[in-house]
Design a protein around this ligand. Sequence first.
Ligand SMILES: *Cc1c(COP(=O)(O)O)cnc(C)c1O
Length: 224
Amino acid sequence: MYSHVAQQLEEVRRTIPEGVALVAVSKFHPVEALRIAYESGQRRFGESRVQELLAKIPQMPDDVEWHFIGHLQSNKVRSLIGKVSLIESVDTERLLELIDKESARAGVVSRVLLQLHVAQEETKFGFSVQEVIDYFANRRYETLQATHICGLMGMATNTDDEARITADFAAIKHCYDAIRNEAGTELRGFDILSMGMSDDRDIAIAQGSNMVRVGTAIFGAREY
Ligand SMILES: *Cc1c(COP(=O)(O)O)cnc(C)c1O
């Protein structure tokens, strides 16, 4: 039933250059589909809901690298800490501090990306460019005890207008470069730029993305 997954995964892989990591976004898809991808060599999976992720983890092999990519509510932080390899969607400083507190409490170090909001949509979550620039310029990361900020994640406006999408990704890349130039040597391992999904990943890669999050093109349409 999920045999198309192996082939589609292979096709997606062919379009992704070396040095760009592929996160297979498996939200809303059953574990059977994830297993097909796993058997085809995929190890990095992205999920957007805590309950769904926690249910899938014990059903998949231990060497899966889970990424959390959805909006994370404060009351779910504690149950997520220590379970994932990367939280890509830290969208407020308050959430970042909470993740840090809970990670310290659990005795683990959490790796996170800060989610940037550049898209021209009110509904998307994330820091503004200015907020992120200020955060690093004021070295507020120095207070973190158990959190490693590994880079940025961002989405382009949901549109067919390629110029708009290109401009959004360029803005995210610009912010990423500015942070690396400013705090580069101190912020060791700030080197992930996660941008691009099924429909806009080629544009994202052309704009400097080194991590794409691809769901539909691998697993097919989601049934919500
Ligand atoms: C669902 C989702 C994706 C994958 O989207 P597709 O269009 O199915 O590839 C990527 N990133 C985030 C943050 C998502 O929520």
